[in-house]
Ligand binder design. Structure first.
Ligand code: NAP
Length: 371
């Protein structure tokens, strides 16, 4: 009999990408899928569902009848439902995109090209809770997983360039509204740029960005024409929570015996989709450039090494080039010879909705279904 899999949050950013990937890979053929909603109960389900209407995502009795629950709804939903459901002695698999359960003892953070052995051993030990990692963490591990698996990393310093869609569907709409607002304030000048003074245009933009009616309800600040070097809540040690997650989650995913120190700054930028990251890596030993490329390239089939030249970089090492693909672009790879050849600089771009969110969930679901 096919396993009953309940989907919550399937129409959000992560959920829609998950649906898309599952349809493409024909994953729905192998499960009995039931769709839930927090806001659209009773409306029509997607046509590949075994139940015609959307079920109530807070109805514990219906949730209990699922073999597997996949939630892309967000942390608030997980906090409200997960423990209530487990308290009923429900023993099904819970798969989640939110951060809420990532660091609890009973969960495993899933990224099977990097930690299949950890997932398999968890399954042997009857673990039932599998959570996708933070997007930048998963993308970092997919990009430089080879350096981790060869035990070459002493520490990492990162800077991220995270897209608006990383914050959810409302935020991406707001970024586009901000772009439109700015364009409207200077559209007449742009029709005849030769007769307009560039400083006038710049001044109009700077004024309109500060208008009271400038749309910033979700980001609380302009993102178009700006960067926001703060993501998520404040944590300890002057870090943001997003920055705190990197070392904590990466070491949990890798199941390291000795913590690999990883720290840096997470920055929201006005791109639509894909997170980029810049790393300075202190290697444990001085190895040749060719060996470094070989190790990074051969870690997993999705790594694309981008040659360190101008044309390759601007054409292939960008969010525009990577958006909507499973490729992990890794470029600007160079040893920082002024600092010492064991210091390595790398720039990487990956789609935070695919490898950073939906794809590890899709793949762990498949592993569970095929057991
Ligand atoms: P999202 O797009 O905001 O969707 C979450 C829910 O919001 C939807 O399931 C839907 O629930 C509701 N919603 C409200 N307005 C909507 C609209 N206009 N379009 C679609 N849905 C709308 O959130 P998300 O970015 O997918 O994130 C879900 C979880 O994944 C979060 O915990 C997040 O931290 C995590 N995550 C996100 C990313 C990313 O890149 N976005 C990456 C990694 C992890 P109802 O149908 O029940 O109303």
């Amino acid at each position: 009999m096919k396993k009953k899999v309940g989907f919550i949050g399937w129409r959000g950013m992560v959920g829609s990408v998950l649906m898309d990937r599952m349809k493409r890979e024909k994953d729905f053929n192998n499960i009995d899928s039931i769709f839930f909603s927090t806001s659209q109960i009773g409306l029509k389900s997607p046509n590949f569902s075994s139940v015609n209407t959307l079920q109530d995502a807070y109805d514990i009795d219906i949730l209990r009848s699922m073999d597997v629950i996949v939630s892309c709804q967000g942390g608030e939903y997980t906090s409200k439902v997960y423990y209530k459901l487990r308290d009923t002695a429900w023993n099904g698999y819970w798969i989640d995109a939110a951060s809420t359960l990532r660091m609890i003892n009973e969960s495993v953070i899933v990224l099977d090209p990097i930690n299949l052995h950890v997932i398999n051993s968890a399954l042997e030990n009857n673990v039932k809770t599998f959570v996708g990692g933070n997007c930048t963490v998963s993308l970092m591990l997919m990009a430089i997983g080879g350096l981790f698996s060869h035990n070459l990393i002493k520490w990492i310093l990162f800077s991220t360039y995270q897209a608006a869609s990383g914050a959810g569907s409302k935020h991406i709409i707001e970024l586009l509204q901000q772009m439109g607002y700015l364009y409207n304030s200077i559209s007449i000048d742009l029709k005849n740029p030769i007769s307009s003074s560039i400083l006038d245009i710049e001044r109009k933009i700077s004024f309109s960005i500060k208008d009271n009616s400038f749309p910033k309800k979700n980001f609380l600040a302009p993102l178009a024409g700006n960067v926001l070097p703060w993501i998520d809540l404040e944590s300890d040690n002057f870090q943001t929570k997003e920055e705190w997650k990197v070392q904590a989650e990466a070491n949990k995913i890798l199941n390291t015996n000795n913590i690999i120190p990883i720290d840096g700054t997470c920055v929201r930028v006005g791109t639509i989709r894909c997170h980029s990251q810049s790393f300075v890596i202190k290697l444990k030993k001085d190895i040749s450039y060719d060996s470094i490329i070989h190790i990074i390239k051969n870690n997993n089939p999705w790594v694309r090494i981008i040659p360190n030249d101008y044309q390759s970089t601007i054409n292939f090492l960008t969010p525009i080039a990577i958006s909507g693909t499973l490729d992990i672009a890794v470029g600007r790879i160079r040893q920082l010879t002024h600092l010492g050849s064991e210091f390595l600089s790398v720039f990487t771009v990956g789609d935070q909705l695919l490898w950073g969110a939906a794809e590890p969930l899709r793949r762990v679901l498949k592993i569970l279904i095929n057991r």
